[in-house]
Design a protein around this ligand. Structure first.
Ligand code: G3H
Length: 538
């Protein structure tokens, strides 16, 4: 059977649990779920399918909202009204009330798990295991964030005494947040900013990602039911026009954006008063790995394959270039090719599948261009049988050796299944690559010699924000800081850091004398303030 036919399913082969009837996405603005009155755009599955003639055709999953500027501005106004200059019921609610709302919300979204996972699989081509992990990890993130919020509230419920001043310090919300997640983790990464933002008392406008929009539909009722009108608004529209228009209003206080640094800069610069904008950004990365001469090659290959090609390499944290010492380059590359060739291509619902269709129909051609340029500058395609070939929206992973540092592939993020390998003689070459790079998220070191590794760690620590030893680059566990330097990030995300990122410390201070003590005591005993209070959230 030709490869194309074995990979792409005829309609009858698609599991019935995924054969969703066409979905027409809605928006949530000011507490109302609206399904009409705005333009729409078609949403296609990443997976094509074969029609009865055997031809590969697009598969329309439904339509997503494509709202105009006026609708986005009405969502910004709704969020601004719910914020009400910090006096709205949500920003002034106690942490206990907000925690209770998020707990109810979490219980409601758990009920639509299967639908959300099905849409992630079909629309962004994520395999079933990874799509399920994305959902479950998001629930875990909510649980951990709730726990961190309770702890924060407990810690802040203690009075502090220093320099003759009694103080109570709490974290207060910042205002209206614009949340924009990426298409590779459209659920998880959006929620890792949205949940801490609202838990801390901010209000939000969520703009859906370029791909991964229909999964929002089963989630909208849970947002509508559990949060006051205007606290969370969710919609989709053309980014260039609607997002810049939203920023130009000056009503956005916090920008939470995961995407490219180029787009991040455009969005930020549209704000009329940049000093009033807090930005939390997760941006591009070009995480390198280095394989030292004494590395355990089995571990190095296994981690590099997972690190470079999980979800087809579409992770900001992916290993995007591998430096291998010349003495082991041949053996490493052979083992790498074997590991890559063992990855099973197929549809997201196929058992054990690793390589799946890319959600962006233009992406295979972009990758091909990078591949061709690298080959034209001396790189060798090490798996020519299938590497770099394109069938439908599947791009077969390509392993390239002898990649010149003077190529787009060596310098820029490919965000897809190409694995560039560079041979080095001296670790200085790797260090200089990292120092010169425009990116500063993570790196991975494979080796055993403590002297070499210790020296490398010290050189890298001022360049990047996570050094992985004999393990791939990754974001998790989510309690650890996720950040970057240079063009890779602004601000830090983690369960604990995110609560801080979406809030500011405010304090009440009184002289530690008879008058001060008596007023503080009076407020505490009369229970007249939810800020100046020592009640502990259980
Ligand atoms: O694309 C960036 C994601 O946050 C990656 O997360 O490393 O856990 O796959 P991950």
């Amino acid at each position: 059977m030709p490869l194309e036919s074995s990979l792409y399913p005829a309609e009858i082969e698609i599991p019935s649990r995924l054969c969703l009837t066409e979905m027409h996405g809605s928006i949530l603005v000011n507490g109302k779920i609206e399904g009409e009155g705005f333009a729409r755009e078609d949403v296609f599955a990443a997976c094509l399918k074969r029609n009865s003639n055997g031809t590969l055709v697009s598969w329309r999953l439904g339509t997503a909202p494509n709202v105009d500027v006026a609708t986005v501005l009405s969502a910004v106004d709704a969020a601004a009204a719910a914020w009400n200059l910090g006096t709205g019921p949500w920003p002034t609610a106690s942490m206990g009330e907000r925690v209770a709302a998020v707990v109810r919300f979490r219980a409601d979204i758990a009920k639509v798990r299967d639908k959300v996972i099905a849409f992630l699989m079909l629309e962004i081509g994520k395999n079933e295991t990874d799509a399920s992990t994305e959902f479950d990890r998001t629930l875990q993130y909510i649980d951990d964030t709730l726990e961190a919020a309770r702890n924060l509230d407990r810690d802040n419920s203690r009075l502090q005494f220093s320099g003759g001043i009694i103080a109570q310090i709490r974290r207060s919300p910042l205002g209206v947040t614009l949340c924009m997640g990426p298409y590779n983790y459209p659920l998880n990464e959006t929620f890792t900013t949205l949940i801490p933002a609202i838990l801390m008392g901010n209000t939000a406008v969520v703009k859906m990602a370029r791909f991964g929009r229909l999964f929002w539909e089963p989630l909208l009722p849970a947002f509508q039911k559990n949060f006051p009108a205007g606290v969370v608004n969710i919609l989709n529209g053309d980014g260039k026009t609607t997002v810049t228009a939203a920023m130009r209003t000056g009503k956005i206080d916090v920008l939470a954006f995961i995407g490219s640094s180029k787009v991040g800069d455009i969005i930020k610069s549209a704000h009329p008063m940049p000093h009033r904008l807090r930005s939390i950004l997760g941006l591009d990365a070009k995480n390198p790995a280095i394989v030292l001469p004494d590395a355990d090659l089995k571990i190095a290959v296994q981690e590099c394959v997972r690190g470079a090609l999980s979800y087809n390499g579409q992770r900001c944290t992916a290993i995007k270039i591998i430096f291998v010492h010349a003495s082991i380059a041949k053996e490493f590359t052979q083992m790498l090719v074997a590991g890559v060739n063992a990855l099973k291509p197929g549809m997201p619902w196929h058992e054990g599948v690793a390589i799946t269709p890319l959600p962006d129909p233009q992406k295979p051609l972009v990758l091909k261009r990078m591949l061709d340029e690298a080959i034209s500058k001396g790189a060798k395609l090490e798996n020519p049988e299938l590497g770099g070939s394109i069938i439908g929206q599947i791009f077969f992973p390509a392993v390239l050796s002898n990649v010149s540092l003077d190529t787009e592939l060596a310098r820029e993020e490919q965000f897809g299944p190409i694995v560039p390998v560079v041979e080095y003689q001296d670790v200085d070459e790797f260090e200089s690559y990292v120092v010169q790079s425009n990116y500063g998220q993570q790196a991975a070191i494979f080796g055993r010699n403590p002297q070499v590794i210790g020296g490398l760690i010290d050189k890298l620590a001022n360049q990047i924000c996570r050094i992985n030893l004999n393990t791939q680059c990754q974001r998790g566990p989510d309690v650890y800081p996720f950040t970057g330097r240079k063009n890779s990030a602004e601000g830090t995300l983690s369960v604990g850091d995110a609560l801080r990122a979406f809030s500011i410390r405010s304090m009440v201070a009184a002289r530690h004398d008879d008058v001060g003590k008596s007023v503080v005591q009076g407020v505490l005993e009369s229970d007249t303030s939810s800020f100046l209070c020592t009640d502990v959230l259980l």
